[in-house]
Ligand binder design. Structure first.
Ligand code: TRP
Length: 451
């Protein structure tokens, strides 16, 4: 390619790319964030809107990122500069900052999952789940697990795209699928599981009309698919023009949705069969980490085994997402400053690890960071990507998305670009309006709580 790089890294196989992209998408967002968002948004109403958002907005936006990344063969800043000029390059910086910000608190939550998994082996789940979570989510323990998790993430990213990220994803992602499906089958055997299913699967009309549920569903779809932060763009920059991107994006989106949906089939029956629904809808970020350990504890030995697997699955999902987040920033540092991978990764990880110490010791701050990055930055990022693909570079997008695609998908490409031009931006503007209001309210609440 004309990018000037001597030997750009690349994925070794199509399955490797798809699993790495799916690994980035499938993470804490699918199990932790999805469950608490779904219970806040009234269960089934949220789930239904989330599917709609994934299909109508998620897949086209993912394709926009794929198209931009593969066309430029560069990371976000360089890619946007090359394709659309210096003004757009600034958007790339926003992406990089967003990824760093998400990783800083994401790693903290991942640290909790690792701690719960270890504790389930060495001493089981504690009697008072709420008090235990308060301990896990504060103090030096939380910092230590956060730093430990960052170290593992760093080790994988240092190893590179093919021998680090691709290799780890090829093993861990299938393992995660098996665990989550196994857990869902087990959850179906619980007495009283039906109550959970009915909340999760039967939408109420009143909630379907609530704009805040719409906004939350859209933001969750973007977060869960890792969109709006240049992550999919970066991964696609390691692709050749022979790959069928529309087919890959569809597989990634369905995989991501599938894991979130099946996780809900675990979480809701467990919570409702034990009458713990209050614990989930009361608090937000901590919900799952209080309700589920409480449930596992009350199940004795079975709960310890099930809990162990549950938290292993969460930790696995978190690792493959965290490596993607770190990769985006690292690869950008490599591209922009011409530093070697190992140094770039270590420096980036150090900054992010330091940044994460604050949310590790302050749960409210963590919740706020998740609102700002996950609901605001992401939505802005997604809007800019759709404008870039649909309005600035529609011809390039049509060409790029068709390259390597099967005849069926080649016929869809003009439609996809039209969706990016006419449908996605107005819808996201509406979402953004509500996101702004929600984020401002959250900042005010945080300032009020802190002051
Ligand atoms: N999709 C990830 C999850 O569901 C979280 C995430 C959001 C992410 N944006 C990202 C991961 C960018 C990698 C890159 O847990």
């Amino acid at each position: 390619m004309a990018s000037g790089t001597v030997s750009r890294e690349a994925f070794g196989s199509r399955a490797g790319f798809i699993l790495a992209a799916a690994g980035s998408a499938v993470g804490l967002g699918n199990m932790w964030r999805f469950s608490y968002q779904a219970s806040e948004g009234g269960g089934a109403a949220f789930v239904l809107l989330y599917v709609v958002m994934t299909l109508l907005l998620g897949i086209p936006i993912m394709l926009a990122e794929f198209g931009l990344g593969r066309r430029a063969q560069l990371t976000p800043i360089g890619a946007l500069r090359k394709l659309a000029g210096h003004r757009w390059a600034r958007v790339g910086y926003v992406f990089i900052i967003g990824c760093g910000l998400i990783l800083s608190y994401y790693s903290v939550i991942a640290g909790w999952t690792v701690r719960y998994a270890i504790e389930s082996i060495v001493r089981g789940f504690p009697g008072d789940a709420g008090a235990h979570f308060a301990k896990v989510s504060s103090g030096s323990g939380a910092v230590a697990f956060h730093l430990g998790f960052m170290a593992v993430t760093l080790a994988i990213v240092m190893a590179g795209v093919k021998s680090g990220i691709e290799r780890v994803s090829l093993v861990l992602m299938p393992a995660l699928f098996f665990i989550v499906i196994g857990l869902a089958v087990w959850a179906a055997t619980l007495p009283g599981a039906e109550a959970g299913y009915s909340v999760y699967l039967k939408p109420s009309l009143a909630q379907l009309k609530d704009p805040s549920v719409w906004r939350a569903a859209a933001a969750q779809a973007f977060f869960s698919l890792s969109l709006g932060m240049g992550a999919m763009l970066t991964f696609a920059s390691y692709l050749s023009r022979r790959q069928d991107m529309p087919a890959s994006a569809t597989i990634v989106a369905f995989t991501d949705f599938g894991v979130a949906f099946v996780s809900g089939l675990v979480v809701f029956p467990v919570i409702y069969s034990l009458g713990l629904q209050g614990a989930v809808s009361d608090s937000t970020v901590g919900a799952l980490f209080i309700a589920l350990p409480g449930a596992f504890e009350s199940m004795g030995a079975v709960g310890r085994v099930v809990g162990l697997f549950f938290f292993i699955a969460l930790a696995v999902g978190a690792v493959t997402s965290a490596i993607a987040l770190l990769e985006v920033v690292t690869a950008s540092v490599i591209d922009e400053f011409g530093i070697g991978r190992r140094k770039a990764a270590a420096g980036t990880a150090l900054v992010v690890a330091a940044l994460g110490i604050m949310p590790a010791t302050d749960l409210d701050l963590l919740g706020l960071a998740d609102k700002i990055a996950g609901e605001l930055l992401l939505v802005i990022g997604v809007l800019l990507i759709s404008l870039l693909a649909g309005w600035v570079l529609p011809a390039e997008m049509r060409d790029e998305l068709a390259a390597g695609a099967s005849p069926f998908w080649q016929r869809q490409v003009p439609r996809i670009v039209a969706v990016l031009r006419w449908f996605v931006p107005p819808v996201i503007l509406v979402v953004l309006y509500f996101s702004l209001r929600g984020t401002i309210a959250a900042i005010a609440a945080f300032a009020g709580g802190a002051g």
